[in-house]
Design a protein. Sequence first.
Length: 349
Amino acid sequence: MAAATDVSDLSAPPAGTEALEALPGRARDLVPGVLILAFIAIALPVVGSVPTWVTLTVAGLAMGMMLFLMASGLTLVFGLMDVMNLGHAAFVAVGAYTATLLVGPLRGLLESESVWASLAAIGAVIALSMLVTAALGWVFERLFVRPVYGDHLKQILITIGAMIIIEQVVLVLFGANQMMLPMPEALRGSLILGDVAIERYRLVAVAVGLVVFAGLALLLSRTRVGLLIRAGVENRQMVEALGYRIRNVFIAVFVGGSALAGLGGVMWGFYREQFTVAIGAEVLVQMLIIVIIGGLGSVTGCFAGAILIALGTNYVSFLLPDLALVSNILVMMLVLLWRPQGLYPVNKH
């Protein structure tokens, strides 16, 4: 067998890489996207008011983007590493809490009426939070995940326990009081378009989510590292036989997924403005539902699932508030009855 090759040095791939290059592309499946558009269109006559429908739809898209940011790392870890990391919510909480550390130093930018100053402040907060959660993800993988590879029951128990430990450490460091993460002044308020009011921050959340989705899609489909990730999902033994250290790819994916959870935590924290250490645990069930209905390991499926869940939650909360708590479960049941492997199963797209 060829000598092991570090994933960071891909300029000279080992012999046999042609097998990797020949990995077939995934056929495009437009049905889930058309389904989401039809869902949005059907909601218009049911809601009955165009301004209300637009407001609910934009709010749902923004919420979906933030859920996607938090869940995207989880789906990659599930799909590539076969690790059921229910402690992923802790990274969301750590990201949000880390962001509060910069409220004081960046107060001038956060309170500025300049949109560019506000975006610069958010960028700085995001960079620090992603760095911290990426480092936490690296430690988390070594301490809690590595000893239980291949045993799902132990993974569930240990990662839930690790989440509780991390949350308690956060409480010791920051206290039990609610944390404040004020939204930048320039991003408060709404844009008025006729009779429609759209919150500025929600537009920013949609933009950030689209950029991250496009970046992940390009990484997985247009780069050699992405090719290794896709190949590792479909045939780990083949990739290892070609001499690549697939374990290094796994660690990189875990760290990257942790960083994305930190990004989602910051965006969700700015939107909430006040939160406790349970900010991640509160959306854990939604993240799991999104990962399941999207298809384990599928970034596209995670993106579509997050939008579908968020839109369903918004529409149902407005039309039938008594069913709001079960709307996510209902959507999951309908999707899995239609496509048991999820909207975009990895082995089919």
